[in-house]
Design a protein around this ligand. Sequence first.
Ligand SMILES: Nc1ncnc2c1ncn2[C@@H]1O[C@H](COP(=O)(O)OP(=O)(O)OP(=O)(O)O)[C@@H](O)[C@H]1O
Ligand SMILES: [Mg+2]
Length: 227
Amino acid sequence: MLEYRNVEARYGGFTALRDITFSVAPGERVAIFGHNGAGKTTLLRCGMGDVDEVSGSVTYNGEAIITGSVYRNARRGIGFVPQGHNVFRDLNVAQNLKMAGLLHDHAYIEEIYRLFPVLLERRAQIAGSLSGGQQQMLAVAMALMTRPTILMLDEPTTGLAPIIVQDMFRSLMEINRTTGTALVLVEQNVAAALRIVERAIVLKTGGIIFDGPSAELARQEDMWRWF
Ligand SMILES: Nc1ncnc2c1ncn2[C@@H]1O[C@H](COP(=O)(O)OP(=O)(O)OP(=O)(O)O)[C@@H](O)[C@H]1O
Ligand SMILES: [Mg+2]
C-alpha cells in the first residue's frame, strides 16, 4: 500500500503540495485530476522519492520512500511512466524492453507482448519512428518490465486520438486485472478515465479538494468547473 500522510512539497520558496493525505490499496485503480500546475506530477514524483524538499511521510508497504533514490524505490515495486514520450528513440522496440528489464526475467517480455500485441508486431522497428500512441504503449510496457506492484502514469494519453486512448485504457485494465498491479493515473481525459478507475482524487493549487468513488465525482453537477 502506498500511503501519503500530511505531505508538503516545495520547490525553493514555492509550496507545490500541502497537507496531502491519501493511500492507494493493493490492486486499486485511482485517477488524479486537476488543472495545469495543480501539483499532479509533483504528487507522483513524491511517490518515487524524486522531490527533494518534502515533509510529512510517504510510505510503501509501511517503509518510507527514499528521497533522492528513484532507482531503489522502483526496485521495491513502484513503476513510473513519466509525462512525455520516454523511450530510447534510436533502439528498436525489443531492445527498449530489454533495457528496461535488465534486472529482471527476460521471459517476461512474452507477457508484455501479449498485453501489447502492437509491440510484438513492431518489435524490430526503431522506437523513434513509432506513432505517438505506440510510443506511449512502449513507455508503459517498459515500466512494466520492472514488474511493479503499483504503476503511476503521468498523462499517458496526452495527444492521442480518442480511439487510441481507449486502446491504452483497455491495456491498463488488462494489466490491472491479470497482474493485480495498482494504477495511479494522472489524466486530462477526465470522462474517459472515470470509466476505468474506482476512485478519483482532484487537486487544486496543491491541495486535495475531492477524494472519493469515481461514480460520485461523475455525478457532481459542478464537476466540470474544477477542471
Ligand atoms: N522543478 C521545479 N521548480 C520550481 N517549480 C516547479 C518545479 N516543478 C514544478 N514546479 C511548480 O509546481 C507546481 C506544480 O507543478 P506540477 O508539475 O506538479 O503540476 P501538474 O499538475 O503536473 O501540471 P500539468 O498538468 O501542467 O502537468 C507548478 O506551479 C510548477 O510551476
Ligand atoms: Mg504534470
